[in-house]
Design a protein around this ligand. Structure first.
Ligand SMILES: [Zn+2]
Length: 216
């Protein structure tokens, strides 16, 4: 079995987990992994069907936007994946979903503030929301990188959420954490005034993020 085929199988596994976690419902969102030591990635195809995932449908392409021979058409949102891999050499995986609660913050153009310490450890702090840009555009790729700052995640205005990381398991984990935190935050907003965790109290947890999870 070729290395590329193995990587395609890994990508299918990640897709299955994200679907199992209800972070994607229909064919929306897209997931990619880097081909080690090459300027290439494997990304989910356009019109990905999470209920009928096929290893051979995963798309092998270059970070120069070349799609290699005998591949399906890549997700129309491949540009943001390509730009993140080029900008952050240690990123190995990118997960983009339209998960319900993170997307709700996206339509409000709200950042997700630090409400629970877990967010600082795994996300490095709050999760910023981009300005609105057309899905799939080069502008959106730039806006995602700008808004992500030193962290590994971003809410996309009127759209969804993107997480990046240097391991597949970490990316799956933070995709789940953000959705959980967004749900808690939206619930709290309905009841009263949200109290966030002060910057000074985030410092010890930020150290863990910087040592274990930073992709800069
Ligand atoms: Zn999307």
């Amino acid at each position: 079995m070729t290395e590329i085929h193995k990587l395609k199988q890994e990508l299918v596994k990640i897709c299955k987990e994200i679907y199992k976690q209800n972070l994607v419902i229909l064919g929306e969102g897209n997931i990619s992994i880097r081909v080690p030591e090459k300027n290439e990635m494997i990304i989910t195809p356009a019109g990905n069907d999470y209920t009928d995932l096929k290893t051979n449908n995963m798309v092998h392409m270059g970070l120069d936007d070349t799609v290699f021979k005998n591949q399906s058409r890549p997700s129309s949102e491949f540009r943001m994946h390509r730009s993140i891999y080029l900008q952050r050499p240690i990123v190995k995986c990118i997960i983009h979903t339209h998960s319900q609660f993170a997307s709700t913050l996206g339509i409000l153009h709200y950042d997700l503030p630090v409400i629970i310490e877990e967010m600082v450890i795994f996300l490095g702090g709050s999760v910023g929301c981009t300005n609105y840009c057309l899905a799939g555009s080069e502008d959106l790729s730039n806006e995602i990188l700008r808004t992500m700052k030193k962290q590994n995640s971003v809410i996309i205005a009127n759209h969804g959420v993107v997480v990046v990381g240097s391991s597949y398991d970490y990316c799956i984990k933070i995709a789940i954490i953000i959705e959980k935190m967004a749900k808690i935050y939206i619930g709290a907003l309905k009841i009263g005034e949200v109290k966030t965790i002060l910057k000074e109290n985030q410092i010890p947890f930020l150290k863990i993020f910087n040592e274990k999870y930073s992709t800069l």
